[in-house]
Design a protein around this ligand. Structure first.
Ligand code: GLU
Length: 381
């Protein structure tokens, strides 16, 4: 099947905007904010970049609208959260308002908006991953602006992206973006919480995200968004591991998207991309799959995994914690108790418990030689 021919090598920028920016306190879509973003999208496109928007706000816009409608119908006693599917239904109502806002704002610049609602399974399974990418690419090839949100209306509580910062980072990987711009209601990441500490100053560039930084960013949430700084940092980490530069910046800043892409100083907090790009499967294992257990390995196995790029064999395993089955993710721990890798196991915790330390020749024929294949293993920095 043909793609629309593109003669130019346009780069892709993913811009994420949160609920607290796109909706007002009473749940209306803040059309001034959406119009500003549309203006920036048009300007960024004019410079030769494509833009994908990831927006929240479905629930923030849907709840008040639904409440008002219930009240008008004399059903003030209904508590939306208590109704099975109530919140999901509210998101379906709010999502249309958000899309109407973007459609109208982009039309001012002769741009079409295309709604894409994603679930984790759309990025988890290779055929869905390729479908998702194909749709986004086709939209961009047609000159349209993809507007993405999590498919909240059908979201499964057990498996969901959880927050749109992470979704945006995974989309940046999917579409091979050069930049991820996380727009928020602060100027970026500060040395301390600027609301309580006057001496806090903006961190302009972060070369590598470490545990200290993650601890400093913990908490810091605003009322409406699920995100907060911790989730922005987690998203920035996914992006940088995907070879994508991430920028956290204030949604209200003029020309924020263009400046973020141009590398203008003071635009916000910039996270330098790592060299190379983690394969989609490894990215998913490292950042999206929850760990179901811990596998401790001896020094020889640690060296083989970290330096040799080898698979984990049962002989190197010294102990197992947790209950997991094949395809679950586990943390891999060294003899000092430090987590140094994460991987998707081929064995269950019971099997591993029974054959930890065994030579491959001693394994029953139905067990694979590798506990974790090297293609499903990520060594953490
Ligand atoms: N997908 C949710 C919504 O549109 C928001 C998730 C988030 O705030 O990150 O309401």
């Amino acid at each position: 099947m043909a793609r629309v021919e593109r003669t130019d090598g346009r780069s892709v920028i993913v811009v994420k905007i949160g609920s607290s920016s796109v909706t007002t306190d009473d749940g209306a879509v803040d059309q001034a904010v959406v119009a500003k973003l549309a203006r920036e999208v048009a300007a960024t496109r004019a410079l030769g970049h494509d833009v994908v928007i990831v927006t929240s706000g479905a629930i923030a816009a849907g709840m008040p609208a639904l409440l008002r409608s219930l009240q008008n119908a004399g059903k003030s006693d209904v508590t939306i959260e208590r109704v099975e599917g109530g919140l999901r239904a509210a998101s379906a109502i709010g999502q249309t308002s958000i899309m109407n806002g973007f459609e109208a704002a982009l039309a001012e610049h002769d741009l079409l908006a295309g709604q894409v609602l994603l679930a984790p399974t759309d990025l988890m399974f290779r055929h869905r991953y390729l479908k998702s990418r194909g749709t986004l690419r086709a939209l961009l090839d047609f000159g349209a602006v993809p507007i993405i949100n999590e498919n909240d209306a059908i979201a499964d509580d057990e498996i969901r992206f959880g927050d749109n910062d992470r979704l945006a980072a995974l989309v940046a990987h999917l579409i091979e973006a050069t930049h991820l711009v996380l727009l928020t209601d602060t100027d970026g990441l500060f040395t301390a919480d600027p609301r309580v500490d006057e001496s806090a100053s903006l961190i302009e560039e972060i070369v590598a995200i470490d545990a200290e930084l993650e601890a400093a960013a913990g908490g810091a949430r605003s009322a409406q968004s699920r995100g907060g700084m911790a989730s922005k940092l987690a998203a920035a980490k996914i992006a940088t591991w995907s070879g994508v530069e991430a920028v956290i910046a204030h949604a209200e800043r003029e020309s924020v998207v263009i400046d973020a892409v141009a590398g203008t100083s003071g635009v916000g907090t910039r996270f330098r991309a790592r060299q190379g790009r983690l394969a989609a499967r490894k990215l998913w294992i490292a950042f999206a799959l929850p760990s179901k257990g811990r596998v401790t390995v001896d020094d020889g196995a640690r060296r083989a995994l970290t330096n040799g790029g080898k698979s984990l064999l049962p002989a190197g395993v010294t102990s197992v914690e947790g209950t997991f089955g094949p395809d679950d993710a586990v943390e891999i721990v060294d003899t000092a108790g430090v987590v140094f890798a994460k991987g998707q196991v081929r064995w269950s915790s019971d099997q591993l418990g029974a054959f930890a330390g065994s030579q491959t020749s001693a394994l029953p024929p139905d067990l694979s030689d590798e506990v974790i294949h090297r293609d499903a293993l990520v060594v953490l920095p």
